[in-house]
Design a protein around this ligand. Structure first.
Ligand SMILES: Cc1cc2nc3c(=O)[nH]c(=O)nc-3n(C[C@H](O)[C@H](O)[C@H](O)COP(=O)(O)OP(=O)(O)OC[C@H]3O[C@@H](n4cnc5c(N)ncnc54)[C@H](O)[C@@H]3O)c2cc1C
Length: 466
């Protein structure tokens, strides 16, 4: 590790804004890794050395050239809302905060082109005025950037209609800078964007993103209650697979979790297992019929003006990882896991799994459409005792045929990907030959860093042929 003279580096980075105040550096060295007690223990003492705030691509080019010349680790950071320590600097160095690179550059029929640091809430607000909206966005849209979503996220509100980010047509183009003596901007079109998507900023600094947009609709935020979680889940699956009812959010939350949502007091009776959905106004009649046939009661149905009048957050702030956050606000001994449901169409199997797991695991399912199929992900609340019990819970899921996408690892290969992505690593070698971007987050980089990019790519071809 090179011992850097930080005041001199700060001078070299000028005229780009540099923050050396220790409190700000500490804050910007964190993301939402503390959801996991295991990651919290491993990452809470990892800090960067300087925060840098480029405003333009030229600024960012200068920062990366200085990092290359001085061999300084670089972690790109958007809103810092990632869950696995994705944006935590393990080896110190520069935290490059992109939020000042936030211009919306262009939008038209079915697309939007923006700088990487633009907030998704701002993008959606601009699009909605023109009759469009993002095909999907995370529940953190108010503070998360589009670059962070494309580099660290996978799906969100809208995925029940439009699929995961990685699906054909959702990412139209990405541009990313290399870390070299003279950084070069590379353009990745359509399918090629997967070389950079979900690589956690390991293999290029994303400067610009072009994404698919869809016509906006008059969305109604809905919450329906059910006596049993099984019936609630069954209604969720029916809505998710419905062809006659539009929806951009469909999730189900166990009643014990709902009791941790004080904002819903007076709106939703205690003890309700909750179906949370966004449904277009014109389909509300059919939605209400579905709820009543499934044995539920519609407690809330509100458009955005009504929601604001009731002083309630968006319904998606009770979904995705916001569900977990609502519980963590009250009790930090909770954590969660990411589970793929074996057969999403079978509510009895889901209920049986919940019964097998025991009282320390409370279910919460998100439905999405992946490659045309309805899938369900469980993001259960787990009352954390120790790692041994967490791994026992994982093993119970796996024994029942459910997939575990571990949320308690900071390696890119360890969670959602579940495998080494040699294309990511080959592009890392091309764009980051010194391995300065987000060091320590790939469990496999050290094994391949001395190979050529083509040799690294061949490892992936050999693995898929085997
Ligand atoms: C309450 C809560 C709810 C969430 N809900 C969702 C959800 O619905 N769907 C979902 O997918 N995720 C969700 N997440 C995870 C996270 O909010 C999203 O992935 C979000 O889009 C990340 O954006 P960010 O700007 O905060 O990225 P950051 O956390 O700042 O960064 C994420 C990763 O991207 C890298 N990165 C950032 N900018 C760039 C860039 N310009 N170039 C290259 N790499 C870059 C970082 O180094 C890091 O590895 C949730 C998290 C929380 C805490």
């Amino acid at each position: 590790m090179v011992d850097h003279n930080w005041p001199r580096i700060a001078e070299a980075l000028a005229p780009v804004e540099v923050i050396d105040d220790p409190t700000t550096i500490k804050k910007r060295s964190r993301d939402f890794f503390w959801y996991s007690p295991i990651l919290n223990e491993k990452l809470r003492r990892s800090f960067g050395d300087l925060v840098v705030r480029p405003k333009t691509r030229e600024d960012l080019t200068h920062v990366l050239a200085v990092a290359y010349a001085e061999e300084i680790p670089v972690v790109l950071r958007g809103g810092g809302t990632g869950n696995y320590g994705q944006a935590v600097p393990l080896h110190g160095g520069l935290i490059v905060e992109t939020t000042a690179m936030n211009r919306i550059l262009e939008f038209g029929e079915g697309y939007v082109r923006v700088e990487a640091g633009a907030l998704m809430a701002d993008i959606n607000a601009a699009l909605i005025e023109q009759g469009w909206e993002m095909a999907m966005f995370p529940s953190t849209q108010d503070i998360a950037t589009i670059g962070g979503f494309v580099a660290g996220g996978s799906a969100g509100i809208g995925s029940i209609a439009n699929g995961a980010l990685r699906e054909k047509g959702n990412i139209i183009q990405l541009k990313a800078l290399s870390v070299e003596q003279e950084p070069v901007e590379h353009v990745f079109d359509a399918e090629d964007s997967l070389q950079i998507h979900h690589a956690w900023g390991l293999n290029g600094a994303i400067t610009e993103v072009t994404l698919r947009t869809v016509p906006t609709r008059d969305w109604i935020g809905c919450m329906a209650g059910f006596e049993t979680y099984r019936d609630c889940y069954a209604a969720g699956f029916r809505l998710a697979s419905s062809t006659g009812i539009g929806r951009k959010l469909c999730c189900t939350v166990d009643a014990r979790i709902v009791d941790y949502f004080p904002r819903l007091d007076g709106h939703v009776p205690k003890g309700s297992n909750l179906l949370v959905a966004l449904v277009p106004r014109e389909d509300m009649g059919r939605f209400e019929a579905l709820i009543s046939e499934a044995g539920g009661t519609l407690h809330l149905a509100m458009d955005d003006a009504e929601r604001q009048a009731l002083k309630l957050p968006h319904v998606f702030e009770f979904a995705y990882n916001h569900t977990t956050l609502q519980v963590l606000k009250a009790d930090r001994s909770a954590t969660y896991q990411q589970i793929g449901v074996a057969d999403p169409s079978d509510p009895d199997r889901v209920a049986a799994m919940a019964a097998t797991l025991g009282d320390d695991v409370w279910p919460h399912h998100e439905f999405a459409r992946v490659n045309g199929e309805i899938v369900a992900f469980d993001l259960p609340i787990i009352w954390f005792r120790d790692e041994a019990r967490l791994r026992e819970i994982d093993a119970t899921y796996e024994a029942g045929g459910f997939a575990v996408y571990d949320a308690h690892t900071y390696f890119v290969e360890g969670g959602g990907l579940k495998a080494v992505d040699y294309r990511h690593l080959a592009w890392k070698k091309r764009l980051d030959p010194k391995g300065l971007l987000n060091p320590g987050k790939s469990a496999c980089w050290e094994d391949v860093r001395n190979l050529s990019p083509d040799e690294i790519e061949k490892l992936g071809v050999a693995e898929s042929a085997a």
